[in-house]
Design a protein around this ligand. Structure first.
Ligand code: ADP
Ligand code: MG
Length: 830
């Protein structure tokens, strides 16, 4: 029987919430088990059911706590359909589509492990902001405010400063607490005034003897407060802050920290200061190890430090600890609360080091819990095994004009092993520019075809998609397979026809841009999704493609070589195959940095190459994605090239051209009908023209190492020697270093390490897009061994308690959920 809808609506909500929270038994306080008797009573009282009827409706839920997550999913769906009919809770509900949730937790956040409310436990994504650890459940603070409260309501902040804090990513009280210092200054020991030296930065501890403020000239007011410590006196001097006069009284004890100079008299310039009203008062800005915060315009160290100091005083001793007690003990970490206090205001250097060690580990550990969990959940999904090494794959191999490299063979085997399993592959194929990833992808796609299923290959640009299409077509069509190209630029009629054929299965292999992910593009049976140059795509686009099939196998490819520790974090949920070898006969591309005045040489070399029947690129920087592409400047450069090469046929390619033009220009260059291609960075990735041997990059200082390496990879794709000229006038040291590094280093891995060292992990090869929360304290190089340790710890814990349902993991589960659950669900969608 199906009860009256109205009477059971209240019951559906928690089921839906449970589904949204990932079936972790957190939707209701105390878990399903404790909730069931209440539900039974209510069903009897309100829906008029008998005890037996109510029992039948809820059957299965009593075993919920012990069930695995896939079983839980089924249980929820079953109960749902008994209550409300066959429609299960929307399985792919994204957080954005979830019902609007209250702006802040409904129930005060508590630390109790026994009494979890939905709000105190895993707050649903919509309740959280997408920054920092603001979702971390934290105890409410004495005096009524909660750590999730907007920072605006903290005493001393207000709406104006709240806006400034927003620039720093600080929105809530807890965000402010997680706004860690970028540095610390030891301002503990005062120096005797008599022995100060010119140029020294020092702390002066003295009493106010005199003070004055005066105007030196228009726009320059000086305020001096003379301090005396029994050994001598010195003037604390401020510029254009006359109001400071009011703050000081003769006789007060003052600590002043700043640079000491002698100009006619001794002064300490613009010091950070502290007036100690009574001797027992704790100093904030001086007389201790003082935190230095990342700032934004119109927020001063002083203000931020004072606000954080007040918050730190409110941290309760039982601050929730994501690390299970055993782990904390094993690593002899400081307790969570103590670490949080010491990272801001450490009593000594040792406490600071210990606090940092714990917080770094915490960050990395939570991240590893997220990626390892995701990996485990992928492994529990079910998909159809594909037939590997089938007849189509065999014929394809026979037709190849070359033998696969050892690395290609190895990667293909690794991929085939995954494809033959009844769970979806999630593998990254990493190989330097030119290592031959496309063929490996094609072999994987043939496993889908051999199994009578479809495969898709998505590339980031139309040019690259078009090229894959042109290259693969002659290899695949003779096998009786139909390959089609999907881009946004297609005419409506052609588009409709292609879509119909894809949906009916008449198209076997689809190559395209993100147009493949659009609504209306349906596969009849997508068995494998390949994403080329995956770092160019957002997480979103990748899951959209995956969602076009029923847990399809997934292969992502990248030429971005990354060090192992970084791979553990950004690709931690994927298995990795590496092409560590280039096809035989490749000669390293000769690379040279030329000042603009010497640029002639590059063009002479290009002329020689063209005379020898080869081709070349000239690349100009332009920001393709924005409106900023300066077509006029590009046209001027193009005309200059035409004058330099009057006897050559030239092409001009940029991202704003209509698709058919792009295709024609690329095809002409590929066929050798044009000899020189002037282009923007649209040719950066993937373009494969083996006859091109010269690459000239103008204004090379404006490109990052990753782009330069990719661009250089457009030449040297055959056994002919190739050259790359970087023409640039870098103005910064870093810019110079980049061009020097490029001329010396060929190996993508080494370049990646250089890039990491030059720019830091945040900017590194565009990894920001990856979607992992920024690490605030942890450093991907310096803390590399911690990453490994965190990986191990996370793996061990999830092995023993995959759902984190043990009591000692309660805090971990909540914090994890608030930080990562939304991401996990997005990743698993599809
Ligand atoms: P990338 O890894 O940069 O995507 P591609 O797949 O575009 O590299 O391959 C680069 C070039 O090398 C292509 O012209 C391709 O046909 C060729 N190639 C790939 N594998 C081999 C091989 N085993 N032997 C010779 N040439 C190969
Ligand atoms: Mg490629």
């Amino acid at each position: 029987m199906k009860p009256n809808q109205e009477a059971v609506r209240w019951l559906l909500k928690p089921l839906e919430l449970e589904q949204r929270l990932g079936f972790l038994d957190t939707a209701v306080a105390g878990g399903m088990k404790r909730w069931l008797p209440q539900v039974r009573d209510k069903l009897m009282a309100q829906a008029g059911l008998t005890a037996a009827e109510a029992g039948r409706l809820l059957e299965g839920l009593e075993a919920y706590a012990e069930a695995r997550s896939d079983q839980r999913e089924r249980l929820v769906a079953e109960v749902w359909s008994r209550l409300a009919g066959p429609k299960a809770p929307e399985p792919k509900a994204t957080p954005a589509a979830a019902p609007a949730a209250p702006a802040r937790p409904i129930v005060p956040l508590r630390r109790s492990d026994k009494c979890e409310s939905p709000a105190a436990g895993m707050s649903p994504p919509a309740m959280r902001k997408a920054h920092g650890r603001s979702g971390t459940p934290a105890p409410s603070v004495a005096g009524g405010f909660q750590w999730q409260d907007p920072v605006q309501y903290i005493k001393g902040v207000g709406p104006q400063r709240a806006k400034l804090f927003a620039n720093l990513g600080v929105h809530t009280a807890e965000d402010l607490l997680r706004h860690y210092p970028r540095d610390w200054q030891d301002r503990r020991s005062p120096a005797k005034i008599a022995i100060l030296r010119h140029g020294q930065t020092a702390l002066v501890d003295g009493r106010v003897k005199a003070r004055q403020t005066f105007t030196v000239r228009r726009g320059l007011k000086i305020t001096k407060v003379v301090l005396e410590d029994g050994t001598g006196h010195i003037a604390a001097t401020w510029f254009n802050q006359p109001y400071l006069m009011e703050r000081f009284q003769n006789g007060q004890r003052v600590l002043a920290y700043g640079k000491v100079e002698f100009h006619r008299s001794w002064q300490v310039l613009n010091p950070d200061y502290e007036i100690l009203e009574d001797e027992t008062e704790e100093s904030i800005h001086t007389g201790r190890i003082v935190p230095i915060y990342p700032l934004t315009e119109r927020l001063s160290q002083r203000v931020v430090r004072s606000l954080v100091h007040a918050l730190v005083g409110q941290i309760p001793d039982d601050w929730p600890d994501p690390l299970p007690p055993a782990l904390t003990a094993e690593k002899s970490f400081a307790p969570a609360a103590q670490a949080l206090r010491s990272i801001h205001f450490p009593p000594d250097q040792d406490s600071l080091a210990r606090a940092r060690a714990r917080l770094v580990f915490e960050e990395l550990f939570l991240q590893q819990i997220a990626v390892v969990r995701l990996k485990r959940r992928y492994q529990h999904q079910h998909s159809q095994p594909l037939q590997v090494n089938g007849p189509l794959a065999a014929r394809f191999r026979q037709n190849l004009p070359f033998a696969l490299t050892t690395a290609q063979e190895r990667a293909t085997q690794e991929i085939c092993r995954d494809l033959g399993l009844a769970r979806p592959m999630h593998r990254l194929l990493q190989g330097d520019v030119g290592s031959g990833k496309t063929i490996v992808a094609a072999l994987a796609m043939l496993a889908a075809a051999d199994s009578g299923r479809q495969a898709a290959l998505m590339a980031p640009t139309e040019i690259l998609a078009g090229q894959h299409y042109l290259n693969l077509k002659p290899l695949l069509e003779p096998l009786g397979l139909r390959l089609e190209l999907f881009t946004s630029g297609l005419p409506a009629k052609a588009k409709a026809g292609l879509r119909a054929d894809l949906a009916s299965g008449r198209i076997h292999l689809a190559v395209g841009t993100h147009a493949l992910t659009q609504a209306g593009v349906e596969f009849s049976d997508l068995g494998l999704a390949v994403v080329d140059e995956q770092h160019r795509f957002g997480v979103e686009q990748r899951s959209l493609l995956r969602a076009k099939g029923e847990h399809p196998h997934v292969l992502v490819m990248t030429a971005t070589p990354i060090p192992r520790t970084l791979a553990l974090t950004v690709y931690g949920d994927l298995d990795v195959s590496v092409l560590d070898e280039l096809p035989p006969g490749r000669i390293p591309v000769h690379t040279e940095w030329l000042r603009r005045s010497a640029g002639r040489k590059a063009y002479e070399q290009l002329a020689q190459a063209v005379a020898a029947g080869q081709q070349g690129f000239v690349v100009f920087p332009a920001i393709e994605e924005s409106e900023k592409l300066d077509l006029k400047a590009l046209a001027t450069e193009y005309q200059r090239l035409e004058r330099v090469f009057p006897d050559c046929r030239l092409g001009l390619l940029h991202g704003r051209l209509p698709t058919p033009d792009k295709e024609r220009i690329m095809a002409e260059f590929a066929a050798g009908r044009t000899q020189i291609l002037a282009a923007t960075t649209v040719v950066e990735v993937g373009v494969d023209i083996p006859n091109a041997t010269v690459m000239i990059i103008e204004n090379a200082e404006r490109f990052g190492l990753a782009s330069l390496h990719q661009l250089r990879g457009r030449v040297g794709r055959s056994s002919k020697p190739a050259q790359c000229f970087l023409i640039g006038e870098p103005t910064t040291e870093e810019g110079k270093r980049r061009l020097e590094v490029m001329s010396q280093v060929r190996d993508g891995f080494k370049l990646a390490e250089e890039d990491l060292a030059l720019r830091g992990p945040g900017e590194f090869f565009g990894l920001r897009q990856h979607g992992l929360p920024d690490l605030k304290l942890a450093h991907l190089i310096r803390d590399a061994d911690q990453i490994e340790a965190a990986r191990q710890a996370a793996g061990g814990i999830l092995e023993a308690d995959p759902e984190l349902s043990r009591p000692e993991h309660a805090a971990l589960r909540r914090i994890y959920a608030s930080l990562y659950l939304e991401k996990e669900q997005r990743a698993l969608a599809g």
